[in-house]
Design a protein around this ligand. Structure first.
Ligand SMILES: Nc1nc2c(ncn2[C@@H]2O[C@H](COP(=O)(O)OP(=O)(O)OP(=O)(O)O)[C@@H](O)[C@H]2O)c(=O)[nH]1
Ligand SMILES: [Mg+2]
Length: 310
C-alpha cells in the first residue's frame, strides 16, 4: 500500500517520491550481495535470501476485540477492499480475525507482533485498555457501531476522541453496517503497516552481522556491504521510522536539502548519542551515521569532515 502520507520520514535518508522508489535501490543491493555470496559462501547467501524474503512476507493485520463488537464484519470489509490487495514494498497485507477477548473460561488471545485493529463499541473496559496498551505501537482503535452513538457523525467523532484520550491510541469511528468511516480507518492503518514493515529492515543489520561472524568465507563481502551507503542509509531510514525514536525527535532540524543541512542533522543526533542516557543508542547512532552519509552524498567536503562515520 503506497499510503504516502504522515510517515514520510524515510525520505530524510532515502529521498524519493514513494516508499517503493526509496527502497528499490537498497533491495537491489541486497540482491546483488546474495548473488556475489552464492559462489563464495552458501550459508551467508542463504541468510541474505532469508532477509530478502522477510521484506516481502505477508504483513498480518488482525482484527481483535470483545465478542459481538463487529470483528467479523470489519475483517470482511478490510479483507475485501482492493486497497489491501496492494502491498507495503512488496509485502502483501493479510487480514485475519482474532478470537474474542474477555470470554469467561478462556484466556485472552495473543496478538503477537501483528498489526492490530482493535474494535470497541461504546464502553471501553479494562480488558480493552490492557490489550490495546500491549500493542500500542502498532494498533488503530475502531469505535464501531457509530450509528448507536447518535444520529450525527459529529457525535461519533466526539466519542472516538474521548476513547482515544482514554486509551492513548488513534481512534476512528466506523459503521461496518454502512461502511462509513472505513476510508479514515484505511488512512490510519497505512502508517501502522509501514512502521511494522520498517521493523523488518531494522533486523537486516544484526542478521548480517551475525552471519558474518559465523561464515568466514563471506565475511568480507558482508562487511563491505554493511559499510556501504546503501546499507547505512537503509538502516538509518528504518531507525528513524521506529516509534521508539519519535519522542526524541522534538526540535530536530528540518529535512536536509544541502550538505550543510545534513551536517547540522548529524551534529544534532550526535549530541543525543553523547547526552541522552535513555535514548535507544543504537538507533540514534545509526541515524547520525545516516546523516553523515547524506552529507557526503550532498557534496560535503570530505577534507573537512563533519563528523566521523563510525
Ligand atoms: N448497529 C450496528 N450494528 C453492527 C455494526 N456492525 C456490526 N453490527 C452488528 O453487530 C453484530 C456482531 O457483528 P459481528 O461482525 O458478527 O461481530 P463479531 O465481533 O465478529 O461477533 P462474534 O464473532 O459473535 O463475537 C451483528 O449483529 C452485526 O450486524 C454497526 O456498524 N452498527
Ligand atoms: Mg465473529
Amino acid at each position: 500500500m503506497n499510503t504516502g502520507f504522515a510517515c514520510r520520514d524515510w525520505s530524510r535518508m532515502l529521498p524519493a517520491e514513494s516508499i517503493d522508489d526509496a527502497c528499490a535501490e537498497p533491495i537491489d543491493q541486497l540482491r546483488a550481495l546474495a548473488y556475489r555470496l552464492t559462489s563464495i559462501d552458501s550459508g551467508a547467501a542463504e541468510t541474505v535470501h532469508s532477509v530478502l524474503g522477510s521484506l516481502t512476507a505477508p504483513l498480518e493485520l488482525v482484527v481483535a476485540g470483545r465478542a459481538g463488537v463487529g470483528r467479523s464484519s470489519l475483517a470482511r470489509i478490510l479483507g475485501r477492499d482492493d486497497r489491501f490487495s496492494r502491498r507495503v514494498v512488496g509485502a502483501p497485507v493479510v487480514v485475519t480475525e482474532s478470537r474474542a477477548f474477555d470470554v469467561p473460561g478462556t484466556s485472552n488471545p495473543d496478538l503477537g507482533r501483528r498489526c492490530v485493529v482493535y474494535v470497541v463499541v461504546d464502553a471501553v473496559r479494562d480488558v480493552d485498555r490492557r490489550a490495546i496498551a500491549r500493542v500500542s505501537d502498532r494498533v488503530v482503535v475502531a469505535a464501531n457501531k457509530a450509528d448507536l452513538f447518535g444520529p450525527r457523525w459529529d457525535e461519533a467523532l466526539g466519542r472516538a476522541a474521548e476513547i482515544s484520550e482514554t486509551v492513548g491510541v488513534h481512534t476512528v469511528p466506523v459503521e461496518t453496517l454502512t461502511g462509513r468511516g472505513v476510508e479514515e480507518l484505511f488512512a490510519a492503518l497505512g502508517p501502522v503497516l509501514e512502521t511494522q514493515w520498517w521493523r523488518r529492515v531494522e533486523r537486516i543489520g544484526p542478521e548480517l552481522t551475525q552471519s558474518a561472524s559465523r561464515n568466514t568465507a563471506g565475511r568480507d563481502e558482508i562487511e563491505m556491504y554493511l559499510r556501504s551507503d546503501s546499507a547505512v542509509l537503509f538502516s538509518a531510514a528504518a531507525a528513524i521510522m521506529s516509534p521508539e525514536i519519535r519522542a526524541l525527535r522534538q526540535g530536530e532540524p528540518p529535512d536536509p536539502r544541502t550538505a550543510d543541512d545534513a551536517g547540522t542533522c548529524s551534529r544534532w543526533w550526535g549530541r543525543l548519542v553523547d547526552e541522552s542516557e535513555q535514548a535507544p543508542q543504537q538507533r540514534v547512532s545509526l541515524i547520525r551515521r545516516g546523516y553523515v552519509r547524506r552529507w557526503a552524498q550532498l557534496g560535503g567536503d570530505r577534507s573537512a569532515p563533519v563528523a566521523t562515520d563510525e
